[in-house]
Design a binder for this molecule. Structure first.
Ligand SMILES: NC(=O)c1ccc[n+]([C@@H]2O[C@H](COP(=O)([O-])OP(=O)(O)OC[C@H]3O[C@@H](n4cnc5c(N)ncnc54)[C@H](O)[C@@H]3O)[C@@H](O)[C@H]2O)c1
Ligand SMILES: N[C@H](CO)Cc1c[nH]c[nH+]1
Ligand SMILES: [Zn+2]
Length: 433
């Protein structure tokens, strides 16, 4: 049974703190296993990746078969039905249009000293795109990773995707072809993240690793940060639905299950102003779990991590939501815009009962690679900016140096960094004859 809480109950704060503190993905066991995997890949390269892929994905590879060949990609793409291709292309078009609006502008100006200042954006040289594939297959995540990277102008896109028991959904390869991915390797988990970060005999290292994955992938990304850039921690999926009584309980139940079915570590929470509605949703979830294809995973997630919270009003709902900082937040209330204005921490907001979260997973346009585990307090969903960096520019004229140089000399003195000060002094002496 999921936890049921009442925000007006005396023990609410303790129970809510326990819900917030639950370690769904941040376990020391996972981190220790990941540390060993990364060390092995750093030491043995391809040999370690091949052994770990045999162990975790039950696939026997060689250095020659780590990379999926152009012929395999073409054959898989040709196998996809016209309807599936059209759906992927619609998704790609909408995701590209959304992300093109994120392209940042360079800037340059001259200030009143005559100094010219500014900044310039450039893409990373190589991006490693993690596409999950352990419990489900994610052609949509190929598009969500690769399209912003392409829009940013990244010259080399290297994608990794696990193929458990050697099986790979052809739509994953078609999506990679549509989005313009350059290299695809059939590996996953922490070993794939380590291979992208440190390189192996076959896989050249990248500069930035993006994409969602399970707890092992999330832990590996945390560990390789610094050697490479990462986008964020996009671990097991989460949804928080705030709903009033004027909703169909079955719709809300399905929205909760849509994220629960990703992973038993996923989390689905309902906050409602009406306890009777909460009970109706709970019954609807149970009914759906009788027949849902992925009922084992979704049922375990709902039982272990699910929650239904009753609140006195929507202000309290917004306050609790901000403390949860969910990956996805659905606002199924009469005035979703008014409630949205009170939300300060959420990866993505879905406004109104006609906007199921699943639209955002596939075709809405915004990115579905989003911060989990309360990291929406300090990070954002994947965007074009994740594949770019900003270089600052400064040009002094003799006059500008005359005006602002002396302050630099003083500050260098105060930091006891003599050469810093002298590099300015030498120029000022020349200027002052
Ligand atoms: N936050 C987001 O933006 C977002 C988007 C899509 C999916 N997701 C999440 O991504 C995850 C996908 O998970 P998945 O499992 O389907 O695929 P995955 O590719 O993330 O993980 C599969 C890999 O995990 C590794 N692994 C599994 N068990 C292991 C063990 N005991 N020890 C070491 N390594 C092990 C294996 O190497 C395997 O290849 C789900 O949690 C889903 O909710 C999140
Ligand atoms: N809901 C996931 C992000 O947490 C993304 C996804 C892909 N396919 C279906 N869903
Ligand atoms: Zn989803």
């Amino acid at each position: 049974m999921p936890v049921t809480l009442n925000a007006a109950a005396p023990d609410f704060e303790t129970a809510f703190a326990a819900l917030l503190g639950a370690k769904r993905e941040d376990s020391p066991d996972v981190d220790a296993a990941v540390a060993d995997i990364i060390a092995d890949v750093r030491a043995r390269g391809d040999a370690a990746v091949i052994a770990l892929t045999k162990k975790f994905d039950r696939v026997t590879l060689t250095p020659e078969t780590l990379r999926i060949s152009a012929a395999e990609i073409a054959a898989a793409a040709a196998d996809v039905s016209a309807e599936d291709r059209a759906a992927l292309e619609l998704a790609a078009t909408r995701i590209r249009a959304y992300h093109e609006r994120q392209l940042p502008e360079d800037a340059e100006w001259t200030d009143d000293t005559g100094a010219t200042l500014g900044w310039r954006w450039t893409p990373v040289s190589a991006a490693g795109l993690y596409v999950p594939g352990g419990l489900a297959s994610y052609p949509s995540s190929v598009l969500m990773n690769a399209i912003p990277a392409k829009v940013a102008g990244v010259p080399r896109l290297a994608m990794v995707v696990p193929t458990p028991d050697g099986v790979l959904n052809p739509l994953v390869l078609l999506a990679a072809q549509i989005a313009g991915v350059d290299e695809i390797y059939r590996i996953g988990g922490a070993q794939a993240v380590a291979a992208l970060a440190y390189g192996t005999q076959t896989i050249a290292p990248v500069d930035k690793i993006t994409g969602p994955g399970n707890a092992f992938v999330a832990a590996a990304k945390r560990r390789v940060f610094g050697k490479v850039g990462i986008d964020m921690i996009a671990g097991p999926s989460e949804i928080l639905v705030i709903a009033d009584r004027d909703n169909d309980p079955d719709w809300i139940a399905l929205d909760l299950l849509s994220q629960a079915e990703h992973d038993q570590s996923a989390q689905s929470i309902l906050i409602t102003t009406d306890p009777a509605f909460g009970k109706a949703v709970s019954a609807a979830v149970d009914k759906r779990l009788e027949t849902l294809e992925r009922r084992e995973i979704a049922g375990a997630s709902w039982r272990d991590n699910g929650a239904i919270i009753t609140v006195p009003d929507l202000d309290v709902a917004a306050e609790l939501s901000n403390r949860i900082a969910p990956e996805h937040l659905e606002l199924c209330v009469a005035d979703p815009d008014a409630l949205s204005a009170k939300i300060t921490h959420a990866g993505a907001i879905f406004l109104g009962q006609w906007t199921p979260e699943a639209i955002g997973d596939y075709v809405g346009g915004p990115n579905h690679v989003l911060p989990t585990a309360r990291s929406a307090r300090f990070s954002s969903g994947l965007s074009v900016l994740d594949f770019m960096k900003r270089t600052t520019l400064a040009r002094m004229t003799p006059d500008a140096l005359r005006q602002i140089g002396p302050a630099a000399e003083r500050l260098a003195q105060s930091e006891s960094l003599e050469a810093h000060g002298l590099s300015v002094t030498a120029r000022l002496r020349k200027l002052n004859g």
